[in-house]
Design a protein around this ligand. Sequence first.
Ligand code: BGC
Length: 768
Amino acid sequence: MPRIDPAAVLAQLDLEEKASLLSGSGFWHTRAVERLGIPSIMVADGPHGLRKQPGAGDHVGAGDSVPATCFPTAAALGSSFDVDLVRRVGEAIGQEARAQGVAVVLGPGINIKRTPLCGRNFEYLSEDPLVSGVLGAALVDGVQSQGVGTSLKHFAVNNQETDRLRVSAVVDERTLREIYLAGFEHVVRTARPWTVMCSYNRVNGVYASEDPWLLTTVLRDEWQFDGLVVSDWGAVDDPVAAVAAGLDLEMPSSHGGGPTRVTAAVGSGALDESVVDRAVERLLQLLDRVAPGTWAGDGFDEDGHHELARSVAAECAVLLTNDHGLLPLRDDLTRVAVVGEFARSPRFQGAGSSKVSPTRVDDALSALHGRLGEIVQIEFAPGFGVDDPEADEDALRTEAVELAAGADVVLVFLGLPPSFESEGFDRDRMDLPDEQIRLLEAVGGVTDRVVVVLANGGAVTTAPWQHHAGAILEGWLGGQAGGGAIVDVLVGDVDPSGRLAETIPVRLVDTPAFPTFPGRDSEVVYGEGVFVGYRYYDLVDRPVSFPFGHGLSYTTFEYSDLEVDVVNVVGDPDPSADWRGPARITASVRVTNTGERAGKDVVQLYVGAPDTPRPRTVRELRGFAKVALAPGESREVSFTLTERDLSQWSTRAHDWVLEPGRFAVSVGASSRDIRCTAVVTVEGPRPVLPLGRNSTLAEWLDHPVGRGTIEEALRSAPGGDMTPLLADPETLRMLGSFPLTRLVVMLGDAMGDRLVDRLLAEVTGGSE
Ligand code: BGC
C-alpha cells in the first residue's frame, strides 16, 4: 500500500471530501478519495478471532463471515493470567487479518465485569483492571506486531447490555479512574493501539461518542493517545458534537448524514474547520500506518492456529474443586460415562458481533474417544436439550442416570445455552438451567464420582449443585479447539493452570451491583463505587463459592522467603520514571512446586494500604506472574511496585495521590488465600491537596502553608487573638468540617469571602 503524507494530502482535500472521510463506506470500510489516491481500508471484528464479512455486513453476528480460527473468548483468556500466551493469540489473529486484507481488528474488549449478569461478559477479561489492562495490552501487542491495527473497546464504562445505546453510567471520579479507566489507560500507554472505539452508552449523562473530557482530555492529553477514535457501530447521536469532542470516524456509514451535518456546521461557523482537519489527519495517519503487504493475502497456518487455540484453551481452564483426586482421570478406568449435550455439541463462543465462523470445531466426546477410546469404554447420553423446547427432559435424564450408575467416573458437561447470554441483552439469573441442575442431582444420586465440566461465558453459580460434584472444571467458552483442550486437562496431559479472573459468588444477591443493576429510566448508578468483585467481597467478608484468583493444579505450590523492600524516593522523583512514577516497593518471593507433577502457578501479589483514608479496599491485585515448574523446582519471582501502584485517585486533587504509611504486601493463591505478608512503611511527605474557597478549617490546618496563614489570621482577628481555639481538640473537631468562608462569617466577619480570597492568594502566591 502506498505511503501517505497526511499533511500534504489534507491540504488538497476540499471540505466536502474531508467531511465525507469522517464516516465509513458501508459496514466495514473507510471511505476512499480516488482523485488523491486515498485508499479505503477494511476493519473487522473481533476480539477472539476474525469475523470478516465478505458480503453484506451486520454487527449482530447474523451474516456469514470467512472461516477463521476461533480462539478462546476473553472470559477464558482472562483466566490464563498468561501475558505471553495472550500475545501469541494476538499474533495469530493479526496474521489472519493480514491474510484477509483486514487493516484493523475491532478488539480487544476490556470492560470491567461489574456484574456477572452482563450478557457480554464472555467478551471481557476480568473484574480487575490490572488483569484487563495487562492482558489487553498483550493482545494489542500481538496483533499490532503483524502490522495490523487494533481497536480498544468499548471506551468507556460499558458494563451492561441493557439499554446500552442510551444508558448513562453514573459513576464517581475515583471509581472511574481506579476501576473503569485504569485498564484502558494501561493499554493505551503501554501498547499504543492504533484505534480506540468509543462505547454506545453515556457516562455521567454525556454520550461517550461526544464526550470531550473522555475522548480528548483523558485519552489524548493525559494518556498521550495518538491514534484514531472510531465510534461503536451506530454510537453517534450528534455527529457534529462527536467530531468536536474528538471522535474521528463514525461507523458504519451514515450514508452522507453525518458528513452533511458536519459540512453545514462548518459553514455556519458552529464547528471550526480545523477540528475536521484534525480528525481527517488522524484517519490519514491510520491509513499510513497500515503495513505494506496487508493486502497481500499471504495465507495463514490453519493447523498451527488450531493447535495454538487448543493449547491456549487448556491453559485457561480453571479447576475449581478436585475432591479425592478425582482428576486427572486414573489410567485404570474401564468405563467412563459422558453426560451432557455440550460434550457432543460444544458451546465455544458467544453470540453477536464477535461470532467467528470457525475453521473446524473439536468436541470433547470425540477427543475423549481419540485419547482413551482404545483402552476405556466410553458411553454417552445427552442428558438435556440445548435451547430445545421439544426435548423430553425426563427421558433424557433417566437415560443418563442409567448410564452413570454403572460407570467408574461420570463426566457431566453442563453450561449456558446460547439463549442465556449474548451481546445485546443481559442475563436475569446466574444459575445454570433448571433441567441441568435436575440432571446433576439425579446423577449425583447414583454415584459420587462425578466431574462437572462447565461451558459458559458469564460466571454461573455453583452453590446450588456443587455438593454433587467431586470435581469441577470451568472451561469457559474455550474456542473451536476447546473440546480437545478440556480432554487434555481431564486426562492430565496438561496441568490446569487457569485462575479465576472474576469471583464466583454464592448467590446473585451477594453481588455488589445487585441493588442498582441494570438501572432504570436509562440511568444506572454505580453505587458500589470502587468495590467491584473481590474488592467488595473481601471488604464485607462475604462468603463466596470461589474467590478471585482461585484455581487448583494437579500439583501443589508453596511460597516462601517473601522479601519486601521500600525504595524511599528522596528529592525529585526519578526523571526516567515512566507514567507510573518511580519505583517505591520491590518484592520477591520463592515459589516451589512441592508436588510430583510438573505444573504452572499464577503468583499473585496483593497490596493493602491500611493508612489510606476510607473508604478503602482491603487489598488489590498489583502484580501477577505465571511460572512453570518441574516437580521440586523452585524459582524466585520479583515485582516492582511504582508510585502509582500505591496511590489512590483523589477527587480533591484530581490526581493520583500517595499517602505515606503502612502497606501490606501479600502473596497469595487467591484474594482469600493469602500465604505470606510483609508490612512495610513508605515514607514521604503527606500529599498536599490544593486549597480552594470551599476548603474546611481542618483542610487549611492540614496544609503545610495554609496552617501558618490561618494561625496568623486568627492571631490578628479583629476581636482579639483567637489561636487558643486551635489548642482545644474538641472545639477543633466540631469546627474542623466548616468551610472557612462560612466560619469567618459566623465569627463575625461579614466580609468573610474577601478574607478567604486574600488568604488563598497568600497560600498560592497569588496564583489563584
Ligand atoms: C459492537 C462492537 C463491534 C461492532 C461492529 C457493535 O455492536 O458493540 O463491539 O465491534 O458492533 O461489529
